[in-house]
Design a protein around this ligand. Structure first.
Ligand code: CA
Ligand code: CA
Ligand code: CA
Ligand code: CA
Length: 368
């Protein structure tokens, strides 16, 4: 090969790498120019805001698509000692501290989603109750958080068989004080179970309601104070039902996928940021464009904005997210206005994990 040919080849290679770098950047950072989000040549979404995680958890023990959903336990004595409970849907459930260190891992089954409610009376004691959907045997995994060790302790009275376990979430009725567990399967079937102390300090459940959606569902969340149950129909959008067992089948569509909405299928995790006086936000994982969509919690759940989690602080970007969770409680200097947690579908160089973003970076409020 002569000098001239080598030069030509080198030029072609460098142009090719520049083009590749641009296309990778475009793929990694979806913008409002995405044709799926355009209508009549105009974008239907406001600009996507970018934030970065400040903490990431240890990777889950199992490889491939394993980490899925999280729940936050707030230490009532010292909120900076709060913990994150994360599922590994290939085989267990883990607890992490706010620096991301794993405190506990229980290989109790293929835990898909997880949720938590405090103030559950168990054996005369007020406990933080954790419920997870166990896909190994389609049962409700039930734990209490031991506040001194921050570890999970099994409190299930028995293995309660539900519909084929997939998504799940909890509801504590402000009206009646009763606790509920919602679970769904991949065919759109939803069951609501009441959770109660069996009189021997263990938690049992009875089914109180059934719903049926047309296609695959998973992510769900209940608003305890306003009494609503939200569920994502993955290819369609977010539905809003009454959360009480007597709530019936009446529903409204909060937002949809495709050109009429702000979501890109699959609609995955849902969570609620509780504010004061019934205000706050409903947040959805819009998995198809690696972003998160924020709505008002109150009224008709008006669209607020869309954000993505980019790489920074030595932590890789977050995408292909399944479960999300949020709290607006002050968790100390690292998370003064709370924390948003997202499962990361591709944790560079390791198994999947969870990424933590200070909530005030998402709302744009200043630190207190
Ligand atoms: Ca996934
Ligand atoms: Ca959850
Ligand atoms: Ca899903
Ligand atoms: Ca990542």
């Amino acid at each position: 090969m002569n000098k001239e040919t080598r030069k030509k080849i080198a030029t072609v290679i460098s142009i090719y790498s520049i083009l590749m770098a641009f296309s990778l950047l475009a793929a990694a950072h979806p913008t409002t120019a995405d044709p799926a989000l355009m209508r009549n040549g105009r974008s239907t979404v406001k600009p996507i805001h970018s934030v970065a995680a400040t903490v990431e958890t240890h990777p889950v023990p199992n490889a491939e698509d394993a980490a899925d959903d999280s729940a936050i336990w707030i230490d009532p004595v010292d909120a900076s000692r709060s913990a994150i409970i994360g599922t590994d849907k290939q085989g267990g459930i883990a607890v992490y501290d706010l620096a991301g260190n794993q405190i506990q891992y229980l290989p109790d089954g293929k835990m898909n989603n997880v949720d938590i409610r405090t103030g559950f009376l168990l054996g005369g004691q007020s406990v933080a109750l954790v419920a997870a959907s166990n896909r190994s045997d389609d049962t409700i995994a039930l734990y209490r958080v031991n506040p001194s060790t921050r570890m999970l302790e099994d409190v299930a009275a028995r293995r309660v068989k539900t519909v084929m376990a997939y998504g799940c979430c909890m509801y504590r009725s402000a009206k009646t004080g009763k606790f509920y567990y919602f679970v769904n399967d991949k065919f759109g079937q939803v069951e609501q179970w009441q959770l109660f102390d069996n009189g021997k300090g263990k938690v049992d459940a009875r089914r109180v309601r059934r719903l049926k959606l047309a296609t695959q569902v998973e992510g769900c969340v209940a608003d305890d104070d306003l009494g609503y149950f939200y569920i994502g129909e993955e290819n369609v959008g977010i539905w809003k039902y009454r959360a009480e067992p007597s709530g019936g089948r009446r529903r409204t569509l909060v937002d949809s996928t495709g050109p009429r909405g702000h979501l890109a299928a699959d609609v995955e995790g849902l969570t609620i940021a509780y504010g004061k006086n019934g205000k706050g936000y409903l947040i959805a994982s819009s998995q198809g464009n690696n972003s998160y969509v924020i709505y008002r919690r109150e009224g008709r759940n008006r669209y607020v904005k869309t954000f993505q989690i980019i790489a920074d602080n030595g932590i890789d970007e977050v995408g292909n997210t399944d479960g999300i969770d949020v709290t607006t409680a002050n968790l100390g200097p690292a998370f003064p206005r709370g924390v948003f947690i997202a499962q990361d579908g591709l944790n560079e160089g390791a198994n999947q994990n969870f990424k933590l973003v200070p909530w005030h970076l998402i709302t744009g409020e200043d630190q207190p």
